[in-house]
Design a protein around this ligand. Sequence first.
Ligand code: PGA
Length: 257
Amino acid sequence: MWILIDAMKCIIVANWKMHPATYKEAVRLFGTSQDALGKAKDVSLVVAPPSLYLRQLKEVTRNKRVAFAVQNAHYEIVGAHTGEISMKQAKDSGAAYVIIGHAERRSAGETDSDVSKKTAAALAAGIIPIVCVGERSRGVGGEYFDAVREQLRTGLRDVASKAMSRLLIAYEPVWAIGATCSMSPRDMQEMAIFIHKTIVDMIGEGGMTVKILYGGSIEAENARAMLEDGGVQGLLVGRASEHGHEIMHLLGEIGQM
Ligand code: PGA
């Protein structure tokens, strides 16, 4: 099932990473997140828990605006890949989305070429790819645009033009992930224009419809400004999604938009 987010004000992806420590805590965090979503009208929440928890959490989902993502998956359908899960298995467990090319996976060796294979495999399996791009550091010369362009060109090279509107691009500058402050909405807006232009150069005008998320040190205090002024249609949230009170506060702020 494709989740229709066009009718929504925005999409919040809660990337729990390797948290929480037990399934019991995961149920509690998920319950709080669902309750908080009730107050944030027209917002859809995509929870990306450790994949071990996904199927059971899906069973206790009460809100139609909640969907699930896996944080990674392999591009092969089955095979001798110890420790991996496939896109098809992810979908079978209840995931509608998959995060691909997150900075923490890239630093563990994932390449743009892997991203390209995974993105194509996700679309073939009927899962929406959330493709992460972002420069490692930012100097004054603007080289970071080249880095992002290269990630997009290679990472999306196997995606057919007509499939492009189905995926989400998560721009996450590596220097802003797990940091003390996020990028400014103004800089994000400039990057969003650049990302759209790069995709338009690849596939034509249809590239303008690709949805962009921002990720990197988003919390209740800066979420709303980023959504209002950053040229993005959603947020990829790490730390602030891992604690009940913080996700509640964040969704509460967005609900007032
Ligand atoms: P952060 O993480 O919100 O803790 O900076 C974001 C991410 O890694 O996706």
